[in-house]
Design a protein around this ligand. Sequence first.
Ligand SMILES: Cc1cc2nc3c(=O)[nH]c(=O)nc-3n(C[C@H](O)[C@H](O)[C@H](O)COP(=O)(O)O)c2cc1C
Length: 174
Amino acid sequence: MSIQIVVESLFGNSDAVAAAIADGARATGASVGVTPVAAAPPELGPEVGLLVLGGPTHAFSMTRPSTRAEAHGKYGAPGQAEPGIREWIDRAVPRPDLPVVTFDTRVQVKLVPGSAAKSAASSLRHHGFGRAHRGKTFFVLGVEGPLAEGEAERARAWGAELAALDQPAGAPAD
Ligand SMILES: Cc1cc2nc3c(=O)[nH]c(=O)nc-3n(C[C@H](O)[C@H](O)[C@H](O)COP(=O)(O)O)c2cc1C
């Protein structure tokens, strides 16, 4: 069994979280692949035992073409424009029994609601990934980042925890 991480990132922060999750999981001996969402095929291989799907929160949810255009136009984001994880979910071949956890990055501003991790988990379940759960949110210090202090370490520790769940009977908690 292996862990597949599919990540969207406009400025590199969600990429850094994905890399840290992978590091933490690999440190326990897990086999982990990290794929940018633009290169992720719609059908996961049979060897995948846990999918970790993540990306930035834009406008209280997963990115959309308009918010990605804003990231590029207003902020000069270098990352891939299309597709985002929203579009990947729409095209994905569902695996009803596959454990899936989501994550997102966002700025830490009081009273600003919304999380791409939450939206993605809900969208995945509607799309037929019946075992999709919201995972963790990681904070960045501004639209362009960087990750807040300690977030990479937190992602690494979470990766090690997730590797322990990548068992036939493992089910991530919501
Ligand atoms: C168009 C746009 C909309 C955003 N909307 C939100 C938001 O609603 N809530 C939030 O916390 N952060 C918001 N952000 C900040 C992003 O979450 C931040 O840029 C992202 O976490 C950086 O991750 P990345 O480097 O992987 O793209 C927004 C950023 C952009 C560019």
